[in-house]
Design a binder for this molecule. Structure first.
Ligand code: MCA
Ligand code: AMP
Length: 501
């Protein structure tokens, strides 16, 4: 099993299109050359140096990503969606030494320059002449990527994926979903998360396919399907696509239907796909979306089959070489319980967080690699011979999924608690058709404090990405607590759902 990097660089003479972005088409040979140029411009860097990317989706991003790996660095992907304090936290936590930016993000990145962080420009790097260099020895266990993911402990933590993880993940997913160089992936997912970065972009590139990058706009996506073979999305995107479809005139709908029917594959992941959305897609295109289960820490773990029956509400079966167990509270195998995963795509641990890494893994009785605890409650559907997995929800009420983004209720609460008007706060998720979880902040104000939802929303927005800002603020006299004084979030969420908040 070769590394993803060697698969990519093996296309140094390939004239096939790797990326189509806002600037046009870019052949593999050009993006590989760009990657070599980026690597030369960064060199020499110490193995494992964290290099952050703040670059729009497109060919420059791809060259930067592989260029950092070629130079022996570890990629940390940042997003312009994050306000400065959050981006500064990621850079500080990861100990980023170099921040590679494109023209569009130069100004945004400027305040992050410091004695510790050097800013470099990807356009200049790509334009340099790459030094003739052999592919470095890549140790499969060496870190390649550090992605930030929200947890149950407040601030996001950096999940470290190795070269081995990325290589095996790419091969498994490409094989399972039948990727080839004849594919054109329509790509509108953000790149600072596993779905957009590895499951979508890297899977396609590792298979020699073409990736068309675009920002998510429902009408534009429908139109672009005509020129694609594969589309990957989160459920919130399907929701938006159908809203646009319903608003469109008959001729437009007919055109969009024609384009969507030409796709060979449409996938959904990152959050539960409501059966109503899946059925809607089937009604328009004739085929059921392929739903799969994934995580930053494992990539895709469980998937419906490309050719077999896709079972509504199920995520299918583990990929080859991925082992899955359902474990009850007593630690024994159970019908319903927490999903544990083991396999070569499971990440190496959280950056500089030994305790959280230890808590995430459980030693295997057979002495093999440890099991990773996903924090998802699952079961297997006995109504089908294959007994596909069903995701029932999260084991923690503090982990929410909004539009496919994992959010930590505790992180949002911590920020709100810094506001002088806030005495107590509890953040909960309410089921919502558009977002999955609709994030609601329940706030008890200090006596005499008058800050309203506009003030609190603005306060959070300055500190966290806009998708983490609660959709609603509910002001309460007190929060429901149990006998030991702990806020009972399920009670709170139920009251809000029933309109008693
Ligand atoms: C945007 N907003 C959101 C979200 N996205 N609020 C809550 N949750 C969200 N996900 C806010 C905006 O800040 C804005 O707020 C308002 O909603 C409308 O924004 P709009 O421009 O219409 O939204 P958008 O920019 O079009 O984004 C919608 C989106 C986006 C395209 C669905 O959320 C998205 O790209 N989601 C994908 C997330 C993802 O890739 N997750 C993968 C994690 P205001 O009006 O106040 O400014 S990886 C993973 O889960 C594993 C590995 C797996 O299995 O895949
Ligand atoms: P993240 O940490 O952003 O990678 O999100 C991973 C989480 O997304 C998983 O632990 C699940 O809770 C959720 N998830 C991913 N795919 C699905 C799916 N198909 N159905 C339900 N939840 C999903």
């Amino acid at each position: 099993m070769g590394s993803l990097l060697s698969r990519f660089t093996s296309r140094a003479d390939d004239a096939h299109l790797a990326v189509v972005d806002g600037r046009g088409g870019h052949a593999y040979r050009d993006v590989v050359r760009g990657a070599r140029a980026v690597a030369s411009s960064l060199a020499p860097i110490e193995r494992g140096t964290r290099v952050a990317l703040l670059i729009s989706p497109g060919a420059a991003f791809v060259s930067a990503f592989f260029g950092v790996l070629l130079a022996g660095g570890v990629v940390v992907v940042l997003s312009p969606l994050h306000p400065l304090p959050e981006t500064a936290y990621f850079c500080e936590d990861a100990r980023v030494a170099i921040l590679l930016v494109d023209e569009a993000h130069g100004r945004l990145a400027a305040p992050l320059a410091s004695a510790k962080v050097r800013i470099a420009h990807v356009e200049a790097a790509v334009a340099t002449s790459p030094a003739p260099a052999a592919l470095p020895e890549i140790d499969a266990s060496a870190p390649a990527l550090q992605l930030y993911t929200s947890g149950t402990t407040g601030k996001p933590k950096g999940a470290i994926l190795t070269h081995g993880n990325l290589g095996v993940q790419q091969e498994l997913v490409a094989e399972a979903w039948g990727f080839s160089d004849a594919d054109v992936l329509l790509h509108a997912l953000p790149l600072h998360h596993m779905h957009g970065l590895a499951i979508a972009l890297l899977t396609a590139l590792g298979a020699g396919a073409t990736v068309r990058t675009t920002t998510f706009d429902a009408a534009r996506i429908w139109d672009a399907m005509t020129d694609a073979t594969v589309f990957m999305a989160v459920p919130a995107m399907y929701h938006r696509l159908f809203a646009a479809f319903d608003d469109a005139d008959e001729a437009t709908r007919a055109r969009w239907t024609f384009g969507a029917r030409a796709l060979r594959l449409a996938t959904s992941g990152s959050a539960a796909l409501p059966v109503s959305l899946a059925e809607r897609w089937r009604a328009i295109t004739g085929s059921y979306p392929l739903e799969r289960f994934g995580m930053t820490e494992i990539g895709v773990g469980i998937t419906n089959s490309l050719v077999g029956e896709r079972i509504p509400g199920s995520v299918g079966l583990p990929l080859p070489s991925v082992l899955a167990r359902i474990v009850g509270e007593d630690g024994a195998d159970a019908e319903v319980g927490e999903l544990w995963i083991r396999g070569p795509s499971v990440f190496a641990g959280y950056h500089e967080r030994p305790e959280e890494t230890e808590q995430a893994f459980v030693a295997a009785a057979d002495g093999g690699p440890p099991w990773f605890r996903t924090g998802d409650t699952v079961t297997r559907d006995a109504a089908f011979v294959s007994r596909p997995f069903r995701i029932l929800g999260r084991t923690s009420v503090d982990i929410l999924k909004s539009g496919g983004y994992k959010l930590s209720a505790l992180e949002i609460e911590e920020v709100l608690r810094e506001h002088p008007a806030v005495l107590e706060v509890a953040v909960v998720g309410i089921p919502d058709e558009a977002w999955g979880d609709r994030v609601v902040a329940c706030v008890v104000r200090r006596p005499g404090a008058v800050a309203d939802d506009v003030a609190l929303r603005g306060f959070v927005r300055e500190r966290l990405a806009p998708y983490k800002v609660p959709k609603d603020f509910v002001f309460m006299a007190e929060l429901p607590r149990n006998a030991v004084g702990k806020v009972v979030k399920p009670t709170l969420a139920r009251a809000l759902r029933e309109g008693r908040g």
